[in-house]
Ligand binder design. Structure first.
Ligand code: IPE
Ligand code: IPE
Ligand code: MG
Length: 229
């Protein structure tokens, strides 16, 4: 399925939820679910690229996820680090430019330096943009943007948007959440104003290309009015 959507679909964002419950079902530790979840990323991203989606954002770790036990957080950082080690070949093959949104300051220095190195690859207008939301909070993004505006006399939507971490990224056309929870969990609160929302019952490690196709088909059927008729 690689036709260009009849609807504009330049940005698909995914809230990858359900790793822990996947592991629970298998009577495995949560870490196993996160590992399976990581393995599921590449095929889904490649399918979206085939579908000509230029911007793909993956919600991998929320600011609120810092409330989780130390060992789980440590494991997630380890998985992120491993993924960064293994991704450079794929980035080249699929002409991907990788970037992050969120507060990365608490990551190990070597991880941050890998992120910065990888960001330099394919950093041009033609590349496919893969954006990882890590230690991301939609509310913090808005508050930080407001604090970073120098001239606060007349704040416009455009001015605020230019200070968001997503300033170079179009708003998501479609936000998919897996894992059978019907909420945004502080993801892209400003940017989601007119996003189409799709909720899948599948847990993220089980969410496959067929499930993605269902979401894309459903999106095709949506009538996007933006308040008009
Ligand atoms: C999503 O899966 C991954 C992260 C939030 C890091 P969860 O870990 O939230 O999985 P569930 O919701 O507990 O099943
Ligand atoms: C949302 O999932 C965050 C990510 C998928 C990274 P959570 O599992 O953290 O969301 P809540 O806590 O159920 O709202
Ligand atoms: Mg969850």
């Amino acid at each position: 399925m690689n036709k260009i959507s009849s609807q504009k679909m330049s940005h698909v964002a995914i809230i990858m939820d359900g790793n822990g419950r996947w592991a629970e079902q298998k009577k495995s530790p949560r870490s196993e679910g996160h590992k399976k979840g990581l393995d599921n990323i590449l095929p889904i991203v490649q399918h979206l690229i085939e579908y000509k989606v230029k911007y793909i954002t993956l919600f991998a770790f929320s600011t609120e996820n810092n409330k989780r036990p130390y060992d789980e957080k440590k494991h997630l950082v380890k998985l992120l680090d491993e993924a960064l080690n293994n991704i450079s070949e794929k980035i080249n093959e699929d002409n991907i430019n990788l970037s992050f949104i969120g507060d990365l300051t608490n990551l190990p220095k070597k991880t941050i330096s890998k992120i910065n190195q990888l960001n330099k690859i394919n950093n041009n207008d033609q590349s496919n943009k893969l954006i990882i939301a890590w230690n991301y909070s939609g509310r913090s993004d808005i508050v930080n943007a407001l604090n970073n505006i120098k001239n606060k006399d007349k704040i416009t939507e455009k001015k605020l948007e230019s200070h968001l971490m997503t300033n170079k990224i179009p708003d998501p056309d479609l936000i998919i959440r897996t894992g059978n929870q019907i909420r945004l969990s502080n993801f892209m609160l400003w940017q989601a104003a007119y996003s189409e929302l799709y909720f899948s019952q599948k847990l993220w490690p089980d969410f496959n290309k067929n499930d993605l196709n269902k979401a894309l088909k459903e999106f095709e059927k949506r009538r996007r009015n933006y308040g008009s008729i």
